[in-house]
Design a protein around this ligand. Structure first.
Ligand code: SAM
Length: 279
């Protein structure tokens, strides 16, 4: 992250969710606020991004990870969880759509302080009111523990919680990832959904250049990829942090479950993973 600057990759992810609504009709993940929350400059670039076929695999993955996460979140609410923490929220709009608000489900959005300030501006400029059920917690994962920042926001670490952590792990150091996982595993009946990528050398040769180009674009915006994991390494990390149930979906499983007719565009093989882990 560039000191004092909002995340540029958060803009990119939000733009791809918006394009998914128009180009693919939101078939994997429907988000009526995806375009509305964007800044004018990003909105002006949507057509060019939509025309770039090389962005399609990432766009579908971003839609699928949100679909998977919000499904897991709903299952947690059904078993009584009433706290949701969105880590590295960027322009995620779950808090605006929260279908469980009537049940008293509170949402805590954690993000790099400059990204969070920018999101608040985006909400204000788009005329989107901050819901009563949403609390912001500005935290830099590399410098602060989650415990204090979340406690200050009114989070109860002794009560069950669901954590969504999408598009963030690649940008963090191993230490920050491990500390965050340990904190989550210390919350009773906690569950987390996050995504990670395998090392470049694990990718099939024909896909490696494409994914390295995505990483290079992120690095050029001041957000280099710091962490990649083999699935076995991730499994060890999660067990060591205290998680017992681990569901790790690779590209084949994700496309089978969520892509429907878009499955033909999926890039199967080593690459991105979406994980659900329970204590
Ligand atoms: C690729 S964006 C993903 C945003 C959102 N989760 C989504 O899927 O659209 C990465 C997010 O991680 C956050 N982030 C990166 N490094 C961080 C750090 N050290 N502390 C807190 N947040 C961080 C950025 O501010 C940004 O919101």
């Amino acid at each position: 992250m560039r000191a004092g600057q909002p995340s540029q990759t958060a803009r990119g992810a939000a733009a791809l969710r918006a394009i998914h609504q128009t180009l693919e009709g939101g078939v994997i993940f429907r988000d009526p606020y995806a375009a509305r929350i964007l800044d004018d400059e990003t909105r002006a670039g949507l057509d060019a991004m939509a025309a770039d076929a090389s962005l399609r695999p990432l766009r579908l993955l971003i839609a699928a990870r949100s679909r998977f996460s919000e499904g897991a979140l709903a299952a947690c609410v059904a078993r009584g969880v009433r706290q949701v923490v969105i880590l590295g929220a960027g322009l995620d709009t779950f808090s605006l759509r929260n279908p469980h608000a009537g049940l008293g489900v509170r949402v805590f959005e954690v993000d790099y302080p400059a990204t969070q300030d920018w999101k608040r501006e985006r909400l204000a400029q788009a005329g989107l009111a901050v819901p009563d059920t949403l609390t912001f917690a500005p935290i830099d994962f590399e410098r602060q523990g989650l415990a204090d920042g979340l406690a200050a926001a009114g989070f109860h670490a002794d009560r069950p919680a669901f954590f969504q952590w999408l598009g963030v792990v690649p940008y963090l150091s191993h230490d920050a990832i491990s500390q965050t996982l340990h904190f989550i595993a210390g919350v009773p009946e906690s569950e987390v959904v996050f995504d990670y990528g395998e090392p470049f050398e694990s990718y099939a040769e024909e896909r490696r250049a494409n994914v390295m180009a995505v990483a290079e674009r992120a690095a050029a915006r001041g957000e280099p990829w710091l962490s990649q994991f083999d699935p076995a390494e991730m499994s060890d990390l999660l067990h060591e942090a205290g998680f017992a149930v681990i569901e790790d979906l690779g590209m084949a499983a994700l496309s089978e479950r969520f892509y429907g007719a878009l499955k033909k565009h999926a890039r199967i093989g080593p690459g991105a993973h979406v994980v659900r882990a329970e204590r």
